[in-house]
Write a protein that binds this ligand. Structure first.
Ligand SMILES: *[C@@H]1O[C@H](CO)[C@@H](O)[C@H](O)[C@H]1NC(C)=O
Ligand SMILES: *[C@@H]1O[C@H](CO)[C@@H](O)[C@H](O)[C@H]1NC(C)=O
Ligand SMILES: *[C@@H]1O[C@H](CO)[C@@H](O)[C@H](O)[C@H]1NC(C)=O
Ligand SMILES: *[C@@H]1O[C@H](CO)[C@@H](O)[C@H](O)[C@H]1NC(C)=O
Ligand SMILES: *[C@@H]1O[C@H](CO)[C@@H](O)[C@H](O)[C@H]1NC(C)=O
Ligand SMILES: *[C@@H]1O[C@H](CO)[C@@H](O)[C@H](O)[C@H]1NC(C)=O
Ligand SMILES: *[C@@H]1O[C@H](CO)[C@@H](O)[C@H](O)[C@H]1NC(C)=O
Ligand SMILES: *[C@@H]1O[C@H](CO)[C@@H](O)[C@H](O)[C@H]1NC(C)=O
Length: 461
């Protein structure tokens, strides 16, 4: 072999075997929408975002088939409902792996199996107690069925922490610390898996936007830093601060070295009038910056773990119109349901110029005024009828004005009646946590829908 051939062979060897474990973010493929592209179109869209990893919230066979023979690695999930039973039965666990993993593995590159989603945020103590036993059962099933490349984990929300600031004070909540987290960390350490955490600087910032710098949450701060008084570590962004709180919480109970995987992070590109900071400008800024940080070579890490790879999944592939809760929940997507990008984004982290100005942020400060809750564009008329009946069955005299003879009965149009019912419902229940959502059938407006003698109840901010 000539020197040149040998060099070529060597470099080929390095590039094949040396597919280094990368921090390049993947994407969460949530499916809570009735208008989303097909699995195979979705796989093409994931490729167009330059994502090499995808996380599913189930083990959808159509999606796992669409991912067959691609180079995208996949994280699948055991549904929360099955945990308690699986924790008690190796047979059930084996069956689940047999029917959900084996048909696709290894040609679909399934690599991570998350047992439940944010289980420890539940109030159900039986469920919480079943988590680690279920993880162990699943691990054993994978082993006995010859699935070697799949690591087992579970995703945690930040509410598993009792304290998180300063980061060095990070500590798991007492009720789960010894009972769940210790055995879980032992399991994760033994199996060389990861602590999968959902980290949203947006939700931390939005709780106290007057005292917390928005730029610090968006990785844009040049003048705000936070120094941890115990470790003297200096933080330049909220994301690192939140990750390190987990690092110190693990250290506190004896597992300082378990690797962290950011199972979800992201920023909403839209929301409701009563939610600030959810806009395209901030979402693009946050996601572009988090990708730049996480995809960087060599890896940046965090102040407590400098230089360490921090693998991650951005939330989410699509705006999902059937997610419940406040409007931000339905607007975390990198893509519109028609497959176009909400703003320029490239998960390889290689793009630095996106072209095109972002729209200026309009809601970085709290809106003050009246808001109504009305029927959203494109709402399904069949479902509207059910939502109308539901709203009218709640509260005090919620729908009196739309009854025959009432001031809002005429014109006798279902869409007007439903809008009235939604506004009336929400005006009564917002203070106790009611949302203007009705499974995506409703939306907030600051344009008063009242007409003639018909006055719509409103929420005042
Ligand atoms: C769990 O097992 C119980 C008892 O066998 C059964 O009644 C229940 O339907 C199972 N739950 C699920 C979600 O499969
Ligand atoms: C995956 O693709 C391979 C060919 O690459 C094929 O043999 C196999 O049947 C496919 N599996 C599924 C589940 O479609
Ligand atoms: C974690 O795992 C490593 C081996 O991967 C082992 O050396 C270490 O002792 C473990 N730590 C704990 C606290 O069990
Ligand atoms: C940081 O700089 C920005 C922009 O110059 C300014 O608005 C903000 O008040 C500064 N914050 C602090 C804490 O100095
Ligand atoms: C932090 O800095 C203070 C003051 O410079 C010093 O006294 C202390 O020992 C430092 N702590 C650590 C953990 O380095
Ligand atoms: C895709 O959907 C978005 C949001 O509804 C819309 O603004 C855009 O014009 C649509 N693009 C195409 C090509 O349909
Ligand atoms: C409307 O909702 C009904 C009931 O959920 C469903 O059967 C129907 O397919 C929906 N129609 C459209 C156009 O989505
Ligand atoms: C309905 O009226 C009762 C009695 O005035 C009151 O206690 C209750 O809070 C009202 N319900 C709502 C949803 O406002």
């Amino acid at each position: 072999m000539s020197l040149l051939t040998r060099l070529l062979a060597l470099s080929l060897l390095i590039s094949v075997s040396g597919a280094k474990f990368s921090g390049r973010p993947g994407v969460n493929y949530g499916q809570l929408g009735n208008n989303l592209p097909s699995p195979s179109d979705s796989v093409n869209l994931i490729k167009s975002l330059n994502a090499k990893r995808v996380k599913l919230y189930d083990a959808n066979p159509k999606i796992l088939t669409a991912l067959n023979s691609t180079d995208i690695t996949v994280s699948v999930m055991v549904p929360n409902e099955l945990l308690v039973n699986i924790s008690k039965s190796e047979t059930l666990s084996d069956d689940w792996i047999r029917s959900n993993i084996l048909p696709f593995y290894p040609t679909t590159k399934i690599r991570y199996l998350l047992v439940g989603n944010e289980i420890l945020s539940s109030t159900d103590s039986e469920l919480k107690a079943s988590l680690v036993p279920a993880m162990r059962k699943i691990q054993r099933s994978l082993k006995s069925l010859g699935v070697k490349k799949v690591k087992v984990g579970t995703s945690l929300a930040v509410d598993v922490l009792k304290t998180s600031f300063p980061p060095s004070s990070g500590e798991f909540k007492e009720d789960i610390s010894g009972l769940v987290m210790k055995p879980m960390l032992q399991f994760l350490n033994r199996t060389k898996s990861f602590l999968f955490v959902d980290v949203y600087p947006y939700f931390a910032w939005v709780q106290d936007p007057t005292h917390m710098d928005l730029d610090y949450a968006l990785f844009e701060s040049t003048n705000v830093t936070v120094t941890d008084p115990v470790t003297n570590l200096t933080y330049h962004n909220l994301f690192d601060q939140m990750i390190d709180a987990f690092v110190f919480a693990m250290k506190r109970i004896g597992y300082p070295d378990v690797r962290i995987w950011v199972a979800e992070t992201g920023w909403p590109n839209n929301g409701d009038y009563d939610q600030i900071g959810a806009n395209i400008f901030n979402a693009a800024t946050y996601n572009r910056n988090v990708v730049k940080k996480l995809a960087a070579e060599p890896p940046v890490g965090t102040p407590a773990r400098p230089g360490k790879v921090l693998p991650s999944f951005v939330f989410a592939l699509y705006n999902e119109n059937q997610k419940t809760g406040p409007g931000t929940e339905r607007h975390f997507g990198l893509l519109h349901p028609n497959g176009t990008q909400v703003y320029g984004i490239d998960l390889s982290g290689k793009t630095t110029e996106y072209g095109g100005e972002l729209p200026a942020p309009e809601n970085n400060e709290v809106y003050k005024g009246k808001i109504w809750c009305v029927v959203a564009k494109g709402a399904n008329w069949t479902q509207l009828g059910e939502a109308l009946s539901y709203a009218c069955s709640q509260g005090n005299n919620t729908c009196d004005p739309i009854q025959p003879g009432g001031s809002c009965h005429k014109p006798d149009l279902a869409v007007l009646h439903a809008s009235y019912a939604f506004s009336s419902y929400w005006a009564q229940f917002r203070k106790s946590g009611g949302t203007c959502s009705f499974n995506g059938l409703a939306t907030q407006t600051i344009k008063d829908p009242s007409y003639g003698r018909c006055e719509f109840p409103s929420v005042t901010l």
